[in-house]
Design a protein around this ligand. Sequence first.
Ligand code: S3P
Length: 444
Amino acid sequence: MINLIKTGQHDQLEIEKKANSLQGKISIPGDKSISHRALMLGAIASGETVIEGLLLGEDPRSTAKCFQAMGAQISELNSEKVILRGIGQKTLQEPLNILDAGNSGTTMRLMLGLLASQPDKFFIVTGDDSLRSRPMARVINPLQQMGALIYGRNNHKNAPLAVMGQNLKPIHYHSPVASAQVKSCILLAGLMTEGKTTVTEPALSRDHSERMLQAFGATLEINPDTHSVTIEGKIELHGQTVIVPGDISSAAFWLVAGAITPNSDLTIENVGINPTRTGILEALMMMGAEITLENERETAGEPVADLRVKSSKLKACTIEGAIIPRLIDEIPILAVAACFAEGTTIIKDAEELRVKESDRLTVMATELNKMGANITELPDGLEITGGVTLKGSEMDSYTDHRIAMSLAIAGLNAEGKTVINRAEAASISYPTFVDTLISLTNHR
Ligand code: S3P
């Protein structure tokens, strides 16, 4: 029995007891990264953009509101089919008020590249408590090298940020972090800037921006060997039809749920399997998860498949190095899988998790240990010894969507009752998560 209880502004998710099987076919909402990019590129392109399968979560809504405030016409986000009338390059309007990116790092960081490069326009950008504590210097520093004027709290490291738009100059930026948000911010600033702007990253991060920019008519040179991308500036984008595949980061909850719940056979339909995002499949398969890819196809420039998972006997593994950016958002749910694997799983090189919507290393270790897990926090990862029986307990999402959903899957496989406070956080990236959880478990 699953109950969602409203307590004031918050939701409490109660999972009464262990699931004994997960069966059937499910679909998942649209990819968050692709949804943000479709809204942003559609907003700055000339003409009409049609987005099919848009994620109707809180994060893309933040992006849509910001760009509406700067002149883009976007149909109401009440259907997964959204129509945009873009404003055309160089003409973002000065908003009448502060731009609110809510909980969304992608909105704030990518948008900053566009704002900083609008000459003579003034913008103030803020976000919720979590976003205002997240590091913005990683995009402000390279933008300043391009000539941007950006001011903020904590010596210009945190939002609220004030931006006085400028004509920027192109640079070659060597990013110290493998971050698609940093890469995409610089590419968007480069698109608005005369000349060629290049970003080189230490390992390959998700490449949705590169794919979609090219589809909208931008000129890019991509060197996969050096992890470098160059964009030519001042090329006008033209509206497109974007078909957003299901989010593999959302599918990951069900992949792990299917693998660790006995007697399970689940198919997750229409999942994006862009190789820069499939680290989770490789990691779970390395752990012995029985996952098969069915009906592989390509939809609007992104590879897609149905993913079938069956109950599996998992074993521990080590996850480190170049795979980390390819499964960065799935580490919380991988930590849950590791609790059900034989042996000690080590996750390293994942210090980036400390600056996500919450400190996901501390939060996952703390909350899963409350359930009786055996997790030691490392400076840059987690050491998880599996094979212990998890016990239901009362936990908190820390308002982080991926924490809320990861703990729910742990609760689904724990002895006794699990309670997750502030579970409404799931709606940031997966507004129908609880509905799917209920539909998969209510036949017993
Ligand atoms: C995202 C990139 C990743 C990821 C985030 C979405 C994107 O962040 O964690 O959820 O859409 O570009 P970083 O680029 O900061 O690693």
